[in-house]
Design a protein around this ligand. Structure first.
Ligand code: PMP
Length: 457
């Protein structure tokens, strides 16, 4: 039985004392009052069970309160919570040894932080110190954080404030093969392609050339001849699981490096096997970044982040002392370590590949049936369903209509996410422990929500 505050009290406090804006952007008309979680399930205060396909935005990587991870946390909590890294203590060393073993050379130096924003902020600093340059380029539609510098990279109006943030940050057009002006369909790395088939030869994507030209235009118009960095998520998360033509990142990295810049992969959502085919999203693009930033799924929902980079770039911080009180905290590291073990032992990357591909293919069949499903895309358990007024216009389905479906799906027992620059894309990024049965339940619910939507019209 639930013994906490009543729903009414919580709503009052939420409204008056507790960052009310988060609810405005992301929540339900009738909120869900959570009592507890286990693996892919959440229960509300009335004992109603929900299948959680959003995982706190791709954060609960191996399952809510996963028993193995919980045990690791409990064990560490009894031994030592904190020392700062002034002293030498095993947990952090055991963790970074495991983490760097999962990354290719020369990505071998780890800085631990407490969030994704902090990791990206640090990556921006290191890129600038290392290169001696200032300007940083990223994709429109991306989310890289809400701190002063990273807000400049975050290119989504909902998360912007009218303050001087992120000087020297410049957006380039997101090479979105569905919504972008040039399409680029058969070139994206997904089990499902858009109906915007492009006519380029199979070995060369002409749409990709056009998106790359946009990047070249940013080089020609917005930045000096030498730049500090290029930031890109392997698949855009908050942007709505947006995917690029296959060769885009490879070509962009080359152009950035020619201008003295370092390439940064933000793996906050795509890392730790979520894309199924690879442990890291960048591997699906055939590139090796100079820096990788991580958070969210790194510790299954416990606050933790990381920047992994090369010894050469890391040495740029040696000119001063970079200190972070909580970064590398023993409890976070014990949890992080257990998450890495659990990903391997539970085979969550394989689950991402198999169940993710199954969901994608089934959703693609639904797209053929319903005019308002514009695009189905993604890889593994990083899935986007972009809702449109109709397939011909590709105009985003209005926010009110999207919210109606979102609420209906929740009322039928499934929690999904919303995203995209126009709030038009459903995001499915569950804990990576879901089963085929869960997938079938979701697919039936989503199909029913489409029927319900049409019936109400
Ligand atoms: N990068 C990406 C890709 C993200 O999705 C987010 C969070 N939505 C961040 C960075 C920022 O992470 P945090 O909220 O932990 O600061």
């Amino acid at each position: 039985p639930h013994q906490g505050m009543s729903a009414k009290e919580m709503l009052h406090i939420r409204k008056h004392n507790c960052n009310p804006m988060t609810m405005k952007v992301t929540s339900y008309k009738k909120p869900v009052f959570i009592h507890q979680g286990h693996m892919q399930w959440l229960w509300d205060v009335d004992g109603r069970r929900y299948l959680d396909l959003f995982a706190g935005v791709a954060t609960v990587s191996v399952g809510h309160c996963h028993p193995k991870v919980t045990a690791a946390a409990e064990k560490q909590l009894r031994r030592l919570w904190h020392t700062t890294n002034i002293y030498v203590y095993p947990t952090i060393h055991e963790y970074v040894e495991k983490l760097v073993a999962l990354l290719p050379e020369p990505l071998k130096v780890v800085y631990l932080t407490n969030s994704g924003s902090e990791a990206n902020e640090l990556a921006m600093l290191m890129a600038r110190l290392h290169t001696g340059n200032f300007d940083i380029i990223n994709f429109r539609g991306s989310y890289h954080g809400g701190s002063p510098q990273t807000m400049g990279l975050t290119s989504n109006a909902a998360y912007k404030y009218p303050v001087a943030s992120g000087l020297g940050c410049h957006n380039t057009m997101c090479p979105d093969v569905f919504r972008g002006p040039w399409g680029g369909s058969h070139c994206r790395d997904s089990p499902v392609q858009t109906y915007r088939q492009c006519s380029c030869p199979s070995d060369h994507c002409q749409a990709n050339d056009m998106y790359i030209n946009q990047l070249k235009e940013v080089f020609a118009t917005s930045v000096p001849s030498q730049i500090a960095a290029f930031f890109g998520e392997p698949i855009q998360g908050v942007g709505g699981a947006v995917q690029y033509p296959k060769d885009y990142l490879k070509e962009a990295y080359k152009l950035v490096r020619e201008r003295g810049g370092v390439c940064i992969a933000d793996e906050v959502q795509t890392g730790f096997g979520r894309t199924g085919s690879h442990y890291w999203g960048f591997q699906g693009h055939g590139v090796i970044p100079d820096m990788v930033t991580m958070a969210k799924g790194i510790a299954n929902g416990f606050p933790m982040g990381a920047v992994v980079t090369t010894p050469e770039i890391a040495s740029s911080l040696g000119k001063g002392v970079h200190f972070n009180t909580f970064g590398g905290n023993p409890v976070a590291c014990a949890i992080g370590s257990s998450v890495l073990d659990t990903i391997r032992e539970d085979g969550t990357q394989e689950i991402s590949a198999n169940i993710g591909t199954y969901i994608l293919k089934e959703l693609a069949k639904m797209r053929e049936k319903y005019e308002i499903i514009g695009d189905v895309r993604g890889k593994g358990l990083m899935i986007g369903v972009e809702m449109v007024k109709d397939k011909a216009s590709r105009d985003p389905l209005p926010p009110g209509d999207v919210a109606e479906i979102f609420e209906d799906v929740k009322d039928m027992g499934v929690l999904i996410g919303k995203g995209g620059v126009y709030g038009q894309t459903f995001r499915i990024k569950p804990p990576m422990c879901i089963t085929k049965q869960d997938a079938d339940f979701f697919l039936a619910v989503f199909n029913q929500s489409m029927l319900n939507y049409m019936e109400r019209r």
